[in-house]
Design a protein around this ligand. Structure first.
Ligand code: ATP
Length: 336
């Protein structure tokens, strides 16, 4: 075990991943874009920091990482920096199932997967003329929901769409009234068990600030459109009666993934949901890896406190899984 190292790219949830790896006894490597290394030095989570000048640099250090016996832990920035189509060819041992990326990054495939798992999802309006309720329009590649807009009906949608002339790559979803809730799961391919690690909601600019301005002032400032640019994450504990369904949802998503994309989804993943006043849990997206919403729980969440005797973050849970796999000589079960 001692010879393996845990590596990731310095962004997103790297502090948590590297700290968790150290807590489990691994040496750690952080690959950083030049100018972004300060937090990883200051918080002392990386035994080695490799600085690269640009995104291409991540590919250039592959041989060095392989030589160091590094296992790379992917997060959203890792996928975004490399480009999802290039992850498959990344040669360094990788925690997770790379093939799941195809299912997650294609909206239609993702919907097929979650639908087959029995999850409730927002309606999609393929033809705008069918809009009969409030909708949210999401543009592909609108990073962090910057270009999303909400429309109350078809007339409003047509009016707002004028600002996006020529745009073709978007989806019109039913706007779900309720509270956002991001569910953090971990599925162990070694034990066959799903674990619930925590929940968060996002702190988004400017939508989370609209309530700070009275409706009267909002109307007086007609230029305010909500945007969903993520700035941070806020912990949540959900009412306990929701938990049985939440476990079931995670289990079904994993089971279905094993059919569509063997060996299926394992490690951390997140269902991004809105919970309505009727307590319906509507899922609008899945992230098939660690999400930044787990960052408030570097010292463990209320849920990991129930299950583990020591502080257990998602990052540490990943490292523990790798440690277990090494001990049981099953590393191939956790590398994709
Ligand atoms: P990600 O970073 O997870 O890939 P994103 O930030 O680009 O995604 P989403 O997570 O899809 O965007 O959504 C951004 C915001 O819009 C979230 O706050 C979410 O709660 C809200 N939202 C998304 N879909 C719906 C919906 N169908 N109804 C109501 N609100 C929604």
């Amino acid at each position: 075990m001692a010879q393996y190292k845990i590596a990731t790219i310095g962004s997103h949830s790297a502090l948590q991943i590297l700290k968790g790896a150290k807590d489990e006894g691994f040496e750690t490597i952080c690959v950083c874009l030049k100018g972004r290394e300060k937090p990883y030095e200051s918080f002392k989570v990386a035994d080695k920091i490799i600085i690269v000048d640009d995104y291409q640099g991540f590919f250039d250090v592959q041989d060095q990482l392989i030589k160091e016996k590094a296992i790379i832990i992917p997060h959203a920035s890792f996928i975004a920096y490399l480009g999802p189509e290039k992850v498959e060819g990344f040669k360094v041992p990788y925690f997770g199932n790379k093939k799941i990326l195809d299912w997650e990054s294609d909206r239609n495939m993702e919907r097929k997967w979650l639908g087959a798992a029995g999850l409730k999802m927002p309606m999609i309006f393929k033809n705008p003329e069918d809009i009969d309720r409030p909708v949210i329009t999401k543009f592909h590649g609108a990073h962090g929901g910057a270009g999303y807009f909400v429309a109350k009906d078809l007339k409003d949608w047509k009016q707002k769409m004028k600002a996006y002339k020529g745009e073709q790559d978007y989806v019109i979803q039913e706007y779900i009234m309720g509270v956002p809730c991001y569910i953090h799961y971990f599925y162990s391919s070694l034990t066959g068990e799903i674990e619930l690690l925590g929940f968060d909601k996002r702190y988004e600019s400017n939508v989370d600030s609209l309530g700070r301005i009275s409706a009267r002032d909002q109307i007086a400032l007609p230029k305010i459109d909500p945007s969903y640019v993520i700035v941070g994450n806020i912990p949540i504990v959900v009412r306990e009666s929701l938990l049985p369904e939440i476990f079931k949802m995670g289990e079904n998503v994993v089971k279905e993934s094993q059919k569509i994309c063997p060996p299926g989804l394992f490690g951390p993943f997140c269902l991004e949901t809105i919970i309505t006043p009727n307590q319906e849990i509507i899922t609008f997206e899945i992230s098939a890896r660690i999400v930044a919403g787990t960052n408030p729980y570097i010292d463990g969440s209320p849920y990991t406190a129930l299950r583990y005797k020591e502080p257990m973050s998602t990052g540490r849970r990943i490292a523990r899984e790798i440690k277990l796999a090494i001990k049981q000589d099953k590393l191939n079960k956790v590398l994709g």
